[in-house]
Write a protein that binds this ligand. Structure first.
Ligand SMILES: NC(=O)c1ccc[n+]([C@@H]2O[C@H](COP(=O)([O-])OP(=O)(O)OC[C@H]3O[C@@H](n4cnc5c(N)ncnc54)[C@H](O)[C@@H]3O)[C@@H](O)[C@H]2O)c1
Length: 408
């Protein structure tokens, strides 16, 4: 199916970026929000993204105006009568999204695809309120969408294969990297990311290691930024919703570290609120008494030695990625593509499963078992990892692991 015109519902942080990406590909796009003021804010965001391209000499002012002219603001669904695809990007509330899908089902042509940018809600729960569940699909962009290449394409239970193919084609036409992710709570990237962020938080709250020391160690490992800088940039209020969904779905192994709630109570959401694991704005670089107090109360009188190592935070990611393979959420190659494009996992390591193969799956298993004894059952190794080890598929050295190395 060819997409001639698209719609975006919600002109906030994600919706405006998505509308910019669509207009950049040359397609007309209608951007809907609840009132003109919010639409204007969205249009302003889009103009700023284009303006930066003009300032860097990548686009002329005329080209900017032409691209901007492709975006039309709307406060009603009248302008959705001839759209071929809609991306919904309203706040992460099931009732609200279901209402939008009912409205879109009435407003958009019968043939139109209805996609949701939800980070954590089930696509099946959105498709289920429409008369076209075969045309409803997840199209999960990452922030900032005008830079991040990855798009998770998530079919619900009733989504047609044709719809998945059409959305993958559409994402490619936007110069994105789509991967197909079978529906599960957190999809792929957030599901792998959260155990990593969470374990880093356990490390600081349990032992005398600072967020900065951990961030530096993971930058040395090859990440573009450490977990605490990342969470401060993502916004902890946003991460918290995802963490809650993951914990509700997967239980104990996603139990959030207590420090998250302490920061949340104090409205320390990260860069946007001026404080998170670090201080920002006028207070940047100053001594952070509040964080010291929080850490002191969590560590109590514990004399635990520094319990951090890069593998303590990377192995939970690997373990969760293997669980995704086990559940057929996506292929091993797509896991590696997703962690590089979506999480900044070091490209030089070939992705998280290539890295596990490189380390040796028997060693990964032994390390996880040691972490279980030291830190608890959230490190419990996935059955598929044990099967690989039992079969002698130990990774690169054995020429077979999650990938086959016989040709190399
Ligand atoms: N922010 C992120 O980093 C991020 C990343 C990936 C996915 N997401 C997902 O994208 C979605 C949107 O998140 P966001 O951060 O852009 O939220 P946001 O709060 O910045 O923007 C949401 C917009 O939707 C508008 N809206 C609310 N009700 C509406 C309605 N009935 N009709 C039209 N517009 C309406 C709001 O006015 C607001 O402008 C969520 O599902 C979120 O989980 C967010």
């Amino acid at each position: 199916m060819y997409i001639y015109k698209a719609g975006v519902v919600g002109a906030g942080a994600m919706g405006a970026e998505i509308a910019q990406v669509i207009s950049f590909s040359g397609l007309p796009v209608v951007l809907k929000d609840v009132d003109q003021a919010r639409i204007d804010l969205g249009l302003e965001t889009i103009r700023k993204i284009y303006q930066r391209r003009v300032d860097r000499g990548k686009m002329t002012q005329d080209e900017l105006e032409n691209k901007l002219a492709l975006v039309t603001g709307a406060t009603s669904y009248d302008a959705f009568k001839d759209v071929d695809l809609v991306v919904e990007a309203v706040p992460e509330k099931l009732d609200l999204k279901q209402q939008i899908f009912r409205d879109l089902d009435k407003a958009a042509p019968e043939s139109a695809i209805l996609a949701s940018n939800t980070s954590s809600l089930l696509i099946s729960a959105l498709g289920g309120v429409t008369k076209r569940p075969h045309k409803v699909v997840g199209m999960h962009f990452f922030y900032p969408a005008h830079i991040m290449k990855l798009v998770e394409v998530v079919p619900g239970l009733d989504t047609a294969e044709e719809t998945v193919g059409d959305v993958i084609g559409f994402a490619e036409s936007l110069r994105k990297l789509p991967i197909r992710v079978n529906e599960c709570p957190g999809f792929l990237v957030n599901r792998i990311l959260m155990p990593y962020l969470n374990e880093a938080a356990y490390c600081v709250q349990e032992s005398p290691v600072s967020p900065r020391q951990i961030d530096e160690a993971l930058v040395a490992f090859g990440f573009p930024m450490g977990p605490f800088t990342l969470v401060d940039n993502l916004g902890f209020d946003v991460c918290r919703e995802v963490v809650n969904v993951l914990q509700a779905a997967y239980g104990e192994r996603m139990q959030p570290a207590a420090i998250w709630e302490r920061l949340y109570e104090r409205q320390r959401f990260g860069v946007k609120s001026g404080a998170g694991f670090y201080l920002y704005g006028d207070r940047a670089g100053q001594a952070d008494r509040e964080l010291e107090e929080i850490l002191k109360s969590l560590r109590g009188s514990s004399k635990a030695p520094n319990g951090f190592s890069p593998h303590r935070v990377v192995l939970p990611m690997i373990n969760e990625a293997i669980r995704c393979l086990e559940e057929d959420v996506c292929s091993a190659a797509d896991v590696d593509l997703a962690v590089i494009a979506g999480l900044g996992f070091p490209q030089s390591k070939g992705g998280i499963l290539h890295y596990a193969d490189e380390v040796g799956l028997d060693k990964v298993l032994t390390e996880l078992q040691a972490f279980v004894l030291r830190h608890g059952s959230r490190f419990w190794p996935s059955p598929l990892l044990k099967r690989h080890v039992a079969a002698g598929h130990l990774g690169r050295a054995a020429k077979k692991g999650f990938f086959d190395y016989t040709a190399g």
